[in-house]
Design a protein around this ligand. Structure first.
Ligand SMILES: CC(C)(COP(=O)(O)OP(=O)(O)OC[C@H]1O[C@@H](n2cnc3c(N)ncnc32)[C@H](O)[C@@H]1OP(=O)(O)O)[C@@H](O)C(=O)NCCC(=O)NCCS
Length: 208
């Protein structure tokens, strides 16, 4: 969830210094105030707010992200249909990047989310030099987990009582990771599943 991104003084946002990232289907453009209305509608949609939390808090964070976080509008045919963020860990010994995404439900199921993640992941690995990417959906966000799995992210384990929901209770998350040297999206269509890995690759519901 975006709320876990570190809060702090705003510094130069390194990743969003790119003009745009062009995918097979969508373009990722650094988020700006021009996206505010589209993001407000997106974040207020019940199908997104369920997973992203308070729309007003999230809108503020997306438009003015903390240091090391970059926000992009997902653009399809000149329309902002979603947002995607990445957070880059600045500590050299633990360098990696984390991705979060929301696509407006009117555009679900068209490959927008998959292409946006693949495009940002490719940028983080090829241009930003990351060797490891993570993503941490709610453990019961089955749609997101299925999409991430198809892209090559593997479940690492359950993050117990990881995030507090709108109902005030703590919910589990699922930590998933993708290593640069096993990135299927660079060489194969997005729909190709990654080959099985003989390690701790349990699915949601397992213990980390
Ligand atoms: C998770 C999320 C980003 C996926 O976005 P999306 O644009 O719907 O993703 P895709 O279209 O790439 O994939 C979704 C499904 O559409 C299918 N699909 C992909 N390309 C397609 C195409 N061209 N035509 C039809 N279906 C397609 C995928 O196979 C997938 O099917 P599945 O449900 O069997 O897994 C989106 O559901 C979302 O924003 N949800 C709300 C917020 C959220 O949960 N964010 C994640 C927090 S960690």
């Amino acid at each position: 969830m975006p709320a876990r991104f570190p809060k702090g003084p705003h510094r130069t946002r390194r990743t969003s210094s790119v003009d745009q990232l062009v995918g097979r289907l969508v373009t990722l453009r650094p988020a700006s105030e021009a996206d505010a209305d589209a993001f407000r509608e997106l974040l207020a949609h019940p199908g997104v707010a369920r997973w992203w939390g308070d729309p007003d808090d999230q809108l503020s964070e997306v438009l003015a992200p903390p240091a090391d976080v970059s926000s992009f509008a997902i653009v399809l045919d000149d329309v902002t249909v979603g947002l995607i963020q990445c957070s880059e860990e600045p500590t050299a010994e633990y360098r990696h990047a984390t991705i979060d995404i929301a696509v407006h439900p009117d555009w679900h199921g068209r490959g927008v989310g998959s292409d946006a993640i693949a495009t940002l992941a490719k940028h983080l690995i090829q241009d930003r030099g990351h060797h490891r990417l993570t993503i941490d959906p709610a453990a019961d966000n089955e749609v997101a987990i299925r999409v991430y799995r198809r892209l090559g992210f593997r479940p690492v384990g359950i993050l117990h009582q990881y995030e507090r929901g709108a109902d005030g209770t703590w919910h589990d998350g699922l930590l998933m990771e993708l290593l640069a040297d096993e990135l299927p999206m660079l060489s194969a269509p997005h729909s190709h599943p990654a080959p099985p890995r003989a390690d701790n690759s349990e699915g949601p519901g397992g213990r980390g």
